[in-house]
Design a protein around this ligand. Structure first.
Ligand SMILES: CC(C)(COP(=O)(O)OP(=O)(O)OC[C@H]1O[C@@H](n2cnc3c(N)ncnc32)[C@H](O)[C@@H]1OP(=O)(O)O)[C@@H](O)C(=O)NCCC(=O)NCCS
Length: 191
C-alpha cells in the first residue's frame, strides 16, 4: 500500500505480523522462523552477483527515479519534496539499486514509534524486475531490521491482489478479529 492509498477508493486490507509480545497480548502469534537473519531467501552477496545493491539510507536515492517506480506500478505521482520529508520521518527503509542503471528497482519502508509499533508502506518493485525475488528480499530484511529493534507489532495495508505475497512472509489478516479502520478523505453523504 502506498502512502495516500489509505484514503483511496479501494479499501485496504489490514495485515499484521506479530510475535509473542507481552505488550500486545491480543495479537496473534505467528512463526518468525522464516524471518530470522539466517533464513533469508537470497543473500546480499547473491543479490550483488546479479547486479543488485542493497541500500538502507536515502543518501544515494534519486527521488525522481523512485517516483517513476511508484508511477510504473500504478501509485499516484507524488511531490518529491513531500516524499523526501516522508522518508526522513521513516523508521526503517530499504531499497535495491540496479548497478547497471544506478536506479532504484525495489523499495519498502516502515514508519513507527521505534519501540512497539511499525507500519510498512510503499512496497514496490519496478515492473521489469518483478517476479525474481526482489520484493521478498526487501521485505525479509525490513522485517528483520524491525524485529532486531524489538518492534513486535508490525502491520501493513495490502491491496487484495497482493495478499498472497504478504501471507507467504508470515502476515495474517484480522488477528483475533481486529480490523483496520481508516478515515476517508471524502465523507459519504448521509441523507
Ligand atoms: C507485490 C510486489 C512488491 C512483489 O514483488 P516481487 O519482487 O514481484 O515478488 P517476489 O518475486 O519477491 O515474490 C516472492 C514470492 O511472492 C509471490 N508473489 C509475488 N507477487 C504475488 C502476488 N501478487 N500474490 C501472491 N503471491 C505473490 C511469488 O510467487 C514468490 O513466491 P515464492 O517465494 O514461492 O517463489 C510487486 O509485484 C509490486 O511492486 N507490485 C506492484 C505494487 C504493489 O502492489 N505493491 C504492494 C502494495 S500493497
Amino acid at each position: 500500500m502506498f502512502l495516500r492509498g489509505i484514503a483511496s477508493s479501494s479499501l485496504p486490507y489490514p495485515l499484521t505480523l506479530s510475535f509473542k509480545a507481552t505488550d500486545h497480548p491480543r495479537n496473534v502469534a505467528v512463526s518468525s522462523q522464516k524471518l530470522n537473519a539466517t533464513a533469508l531467501s537470497v543473500s546480499d552477496e547473491a543479490l550483488q552477483s546479479r547486479g543488485f545493491i542493497l541500500r538502507r539510507t536515502i543518501d544515494d536515492l534519486n527521488l525522481d527515479h523512485l517516483n517513476s517506480v511508484f508511477v510504473a506500478v500504478g501509485f499516484p505521482k507524488r511531490d518529491p519534496e513531500k516524499i523526501r520529508i516522508a522518508l526522513e520521518n521513516t523508521e526503517s527503509l530499504l531499497w535495491v539499486e540496479y548497478r547497471k542503471t544506478q536506479k532504484p528497482v525495489a523499495f519498502a519502508r516502515a514508519t513507527g514509534d521505534g519501540v512497539f509499533n511499525a507500519i510498512i508502506w510503499d512496497v514496490v518493485v519496478d515492473p521489469s524486475f518483478q517476479g525474481i525475488g526482489l520484493g521478498k528480499a526487501v521485505m525479509e530484511r525490513l522485517i528483520g531490521e524491525l524485529l532486531q529493534k524489538g518492534i513486535s507489532n508490525i502491520a501493513l495495508f495490502s491491496e487484495p491482489r497482493v495478499l498472497g505475497f504478504y501471507r507467504a512472509l508470515g502476515f495474517v489478516s484480522d488477528p483475533d478479529g481486529i480490523r483496520a479502520m481508516v478515515f476517508p478523505r471524502k465523507q459519504k453523504k448521509t441523507n
